[in-house]
Design a protein around this ligand. Structure first.
Ligand SMILES: Cc1cc2nc3c(=O)[nH]c(=O)nc-3n(C[C@H](O)[C@H](O)[C@H](O)COP(=O)(O)OP(=O)(O)OC[C@H]3O[C@@H](n4cnc5c(N)ncnc54)[C@H](O)[C@@H]3O)c2cc1C
Length: 501
């Protein structure tokens, strides 16, 4: 073996890049191995004609100087290399009975809006937000404390009690502590598609951080797309002596007597390492290392874990500015919700019955925030819906193409109802299906958020752990604690390094 590293990363998603940047800055010799020809996993861009699209990012919570989430950006060494562009408004929620806009960093304004929609709930709304803010402070205390991880862990019941008190409840159960109004609870969880489950099934412990972070600190895009963040992280890694090997891929994780000894990569062959950090699904890790290295109970438990839902996104490049289509500069994300409960919608999503009367969908007016990604005088937007994975992966080529075209058409038809004449201005149209997600990340069943975030699979105790029962083998990114999302995966990197390196 010619090369030897302290730590090798399998995959270059945000979780791996953030951890590698932290470790490289601490003097570790790191190698990041990526299958694709660009780094970043879901946090990357693609081009069609003169339009550049961000593969995934709709909204990155809290990345403003002084806010907790920004500390992760600073720690990774990219605070001055990346520009975060705040969204003009956090989101607009549109359903048959309610149409509200939530302003940028305007929690008080949001509460006023809720008072108007639910006048009999004023006290409950106040109590709910007061406690949710205290819970957010507890969470931030735990996540960002400079104290060693074990100390924070031991101190949790006294110093951060809400982390334990609410950590294993669903969002709905938590909201029910303050209100019985079902409609209010649904409106409060309008962003549920970001977490992949309806409020009645979604873990509050996972939801509660971004819930307040978005409202207090805002939603952001990254200037130049999320590729700019991934590339900046690569720059930090390389500036500190690390290496990122693209168009390669880990073919084997080598284990000897219960300890990792390195990996075999497609480009470099065998590479020695003291530690291996996986940024791919734990099922892939078991496949790369060999089942024989894991206790059978561990594998049985792993097989019982449920994957998150997948998603379908249409990326449109338009031949005119958005203003010409009647879209104001204050618009960014619109969530459209039919007059059905989130749970019923989720059943339709899982069954692939995606229709605007059945399921929520959303529009992101990308170029209203970053016009530098489109040619002058043109614009771009994204249409998004969650979708169940099974219906996609089992189709033959022709059936798959038809299904992809039909859902693209359906989402454009939905959008035309709110942007009349949209179809006449489409210059570029691309779509990403669950199969596309798997193709470019290898994530099974097109999972876009790792394991599903139910209370049974979420939180400090129940999330898939960062440490494997093989010495020197670790997990980072969406599949482990705290979970998916730009801040979620970067936090998982910070916790991994704080705790084990
Ligand atoms: C459509 C969409 C919209 C989203 N919107 C948002 C949003 O608005 N806000 C937000 O915060 N989050 C959002 N997310 C979630 C967020 O993008 C992800 O949670 C996050 O980027 C996942 O990062 P990760 O570290 O888990 O790695 P991943 O992005 O899953 O990357 C894993 C990497 O491993 C590589 N790999 C796989 N197998 C191998 C191998 N054998 N060898 C080497 N490399 C390998 C893959 O090629 C890939 O690059 C969205 C996701 C999607 C798909």
């Amino acid at each position: 073996m010619s090369q030897s590293y302290d730590t090798v990363f399998v995959g270059s998603g945000l979780g791996a890049l953030a951890s590698a940047s932290l470790m490289a800055q601490r003097g570790q010799k790191v190698l990041v191995v990526e299958k694709h020809n660009i780094p970043g996993g879901y946090a990357s861009n693609f081009r069609r004609k003169d339009f550049t699209f961000d593969v995934s990012l709709h909204s990155f919570d809290g990345v403003v100087r002084g806010a907790h989430s920004f500390k992760v950006i600073e720690a990774c060494g990219v605070a001055d290399k990346v520009e975060f562009l705040h969204h003009p408004t956090l989101y607009r929620y549109r359903s048959p009975d309610i149409d509200i806009t939530v302003g940028h960093r305007d929690l008080e304004g949001y509460k006023q809006t809720l008072y108007r929609c639910f006048p009999e709930e004023v006290d409950n709304i106040n109590r709910l937000f007061a406690e949710s803010k205290r819970n957010y402070q507890d969470l931030c205390g735990f996540l960002y404390s400079p104290k060693p991880f074990w100390m924070r862990f031991v101190a949790t019941p006294f110093a951060y009690p809400r982390v334990l008190r609410y950590g294993h409840e669903t969002v709905d159960k938590y909201f029910s502590r303050f209100t019985r109004n079902e409609r209010l609870k649904e409106v409060l969880s309008a962003q549920w598609s970001y977490y992949g489950l309806p409020a009645k099934d979604l873990a509050f412990g996972y939801f509660s951080y971004p819930f307040i972070d978005y409202l207090e600190n805002g939603g952001y895009s990254i200037k130049g797309g999320s590729q700019a963040l991934s590339s900046a992280l690569v720059e930090v890694i390389e500036a500190h002596g690390g290496r990122v090997e693209l168009e390669s891929g880990v073919q084997q994780i080598m284990v000897d007597r219960g300890r990792v000894t390195g990996v075999v990569t497609r480009r470099s062959g065998p590479v020695k390492a003291r530690n291996v950090v996986a940024n791919v699904s734990p099922h892939a890790v078991v496949g790369l290392a060999g089942k024989q290295h894991f206790p059978s109970k561990y594998l049985t438990r792993l097989d019982k874990l449920k994957f998150s839902v997948s998603g379908f996104q249409v990326y449109l490049g338009l031949d005119c500015p958005l203003s010409e289509l009647g879209v104001g500069p204050e618009e960014y994300i619109h969530f459209f919700s039919p007059g059905k409960t989130q749970r019923t919608q989720f059943e339709h999503i899982q069954a692939g019955e995606l229709h605007q009367d059945n399921t929520s969908w959303s529009i992101n007016y990308f170029s209203n925030v970053d016009p530098s990604m489109v040619p002058p005088g043109k614009s771009s937007l994204g249409l998004f819906t969650l979708t169940g994975p099974d219906v996609w992966h089992s189709l033959d080529k022709l059936a798959y193409r038809r299904k992809k075209a039909a859902l693209t058409d359906l989402l454009i038809a939905n959008a035309e109802r709110v942007i009349p004449g949209l179809r006449d201005h489409i210059e570029v149209c691309e779509a990403g299906s669950p199969r596309t997600m798997t193709k470019f990340t290898q994530n099974p069943q097109g999972a876009i958020y790792g394991f599903e975030q139910t209370p049974q699979q979420s939180g400090l105790f129940n999330r898939f752990p960062q440490k494997y029962p093989v010495k020197g083998l670790y997990q980072v990114g969406a599949w482990t604690f705290p979970g998916a999302g730009f801040i979620g995966t970067m936090l998982s990197a910070r916790l991994l390094v704080d705790r084990y390196f």
